[in-house]
Ligand binder design. Structure first.
Ligand SMILES: NCc1[nH]cc(CCC(=O)O)c1CC(=O)O
Length: 307
C-alpha cells in the first residue's frame, strides 16, 4: 500500500495555497507518497462581523485543525506562522518552518502609488492594531477603518471604494499571484511586520517520527532562526493580536538583527528596541528584547490596552 499523509487545512484561498504548496513539496521529494488535503472551517473563518481583536485572537484559526491531528484524521497542519499561538497543546508541536516569503506589509490602492501620496483624511482599511498604530504614527491625518475577511473580500471592499487604500501582507498577495495589486511594499522602518509574517510552519504530533522525518527537508534554517527570535518576543510580551506588537528578525551570515515595537492604539506612544547577536541565541535574544521593551514602557502600554 502507498504511504499516506493527510494535511488539515482551512479553506480560505491562502490556506489552500499553502497546504497545496506543502503537498507539492512533499510529492516532489517522495514520488510514492500519497498526500491528501482535509479541508475544514474554523471559528475564525465563521465569525466575520466583529474585529478580530475583539473575538479572542490567534487561537481561533488553529483549534479545529489541532483537533483533527489529535484524532488522527490528519497528520499535519500548515499554518501562517503569524497566526500560530506561542504554546502548543501537549502532544503537538512545530516540526518545521519553511522558507519565508516577502515579510513586508503591502500598500494596496487603486488611486495612489504610495502611503505618502494619500491626501489628508483618506480612509485606510486594516483590522490589525499593529498596522494601524504604525500608520497613525506616520500619518496621524488618515482615517483608519476596520477591514475583515479573506484576501479577496478585502480587495473587493477596496474596489467598491469603501477605502482609499488597504494594507495587507505582501506574502499573501504574492502567493495568490496578485502581486500586481501591491503598489508599494512598505519599508520595515515605517511598518515593522508581525512576528512570523510571511513564513509557513508545519505542525504535527510530537511523537510521530515517521511524519517528522518526511517533513525534515522542508525546514529552512535561516527562517527558523529569525522566526524563533520573533516568537520569543511575542511569548515574553504575551501578545495576541489584541495588542500593537511588531517584531522582525533578519539574518546576515551568522548574525541575527532583531527589532521590536510596542505601541499605543493611537500611535502616539511607540516603544522600540533592537539588538544584534549570534543566531544560536535567537530565543534568548527575543526574550531579552521583549524585556527591554517592557522596561521602556511597553508594560504600561500593554496593561492599558489589555486592561
Ligand atoms: N492575519 C491573517 C493572515 N495571516 C497570514 C497572512 C498573510 C500571509 C503571511 O503572513 O504569511 C494574513 C493576511 C494578512 O495579514 O494580510
Amino acid at each position: 500500500m502507498k504511504e499516506k499523509i493527510v494535511i488539515a487545512t482551512r479553506e480560505s484561498q491562502l490556506a489552500l495555497w499553502q497546504a497545496n504548496n506543502v503537498k507539492d513539496q512533499l510529492e516532489a521529494l517522495y514520488p510514492d507518497l500519497d498526500v491528501q488535503l482535509l479541508g475544514m472551517t474554523t471559528k475564525g473563518d465563521q465569525i466575520l462581523d466583529s474585529p478580530l481583536s475583539k473575538i479572542g485572537g490567534k487561537g481561533l484559526f488553529v483549534k479545529e485543525l489541532e483537533h483533527a491531528l489529535f484524532e488522527n484524521r490528519a497528520d499535519i497542519a500548515v499554518h501562517s506562522m503569524k497566526d500560530v499561538p506561542m504554546d502548543f497543546p501537549e502532544g503537538l508541536g512545530l516540526a518545521v518552518i519553511c522558507k519565508r516569503e516577502n515579510p513586508t506589509d503591502a500598500f494596496v490602492s487603486n488611486k495612489y502609488a504610495h502611503l505618502a501620496e494619500l491626501p489628508t483624511g483618506s480612509i485606510v482599511g486594516t483590522s490589525s492594531l499593529r498596522r494601524s498604530c504604525q500608520l497613525k504614527r506616520m500619518r496621524p491625518d488618515l482615517v483608519i477603518k476596520d477591514l475583515r475577511g479573506n484576501v479577496n473580500t478585502r480587495l473587493r471592499k477596496l474596489d467598491d471604494e469603501e477605502y482609499d487604500a488597504i494594507i495587507l501582507a505582501s506574502a499573501g498577495l504574492i502567493r495568490l499571484e496578485m502581486q500586481d495589486r501591491i503598489r508599494n511594499c512598505i519599508a520595515d522602518d515605517v511598518s515593522l511586520p508581525a512576528g512570523g509574517q510571511g513564513a509557513m510552519g508545519i505542525e504535527c504530533r510530537t511523537n510521530d517520527e515517521r511524519v517528522k522525518a518526511l517533513l525534515a527537508p522542508l525546514n529552512h534554517i535561516e527562517t527558523r532562526y529569525c522566526v524563533t527570535a520573533e516568537r520569543a518576543v511575542n511569548k515574553r510580551l504575551n501578545g495576541g493580536c489584541q495588542a500593537p506588537i511588531a517584531c522582525f528578525a533578519t539574518l546576515d551570515s551568522d548574525t541575527l538583527y532583531l527589532r521590536g515595537l510596542v505601541g499605543s492604539l493611537n500611535g502616539q506612544t511607540i516603544v522600540t528596541a533592537e539588538s544584534y547577536g549570534p543566531k544560536e541565541s535567537a530565543d534568548e535574544m527575543g526574550t531579552k528584547l521583549a524585556e527591554e521593551l517592557l522596561n521602556k514602557g511597553a508594560d504600561k502600554l500593554l496593561a492599558d490596552i489589555i486592561g
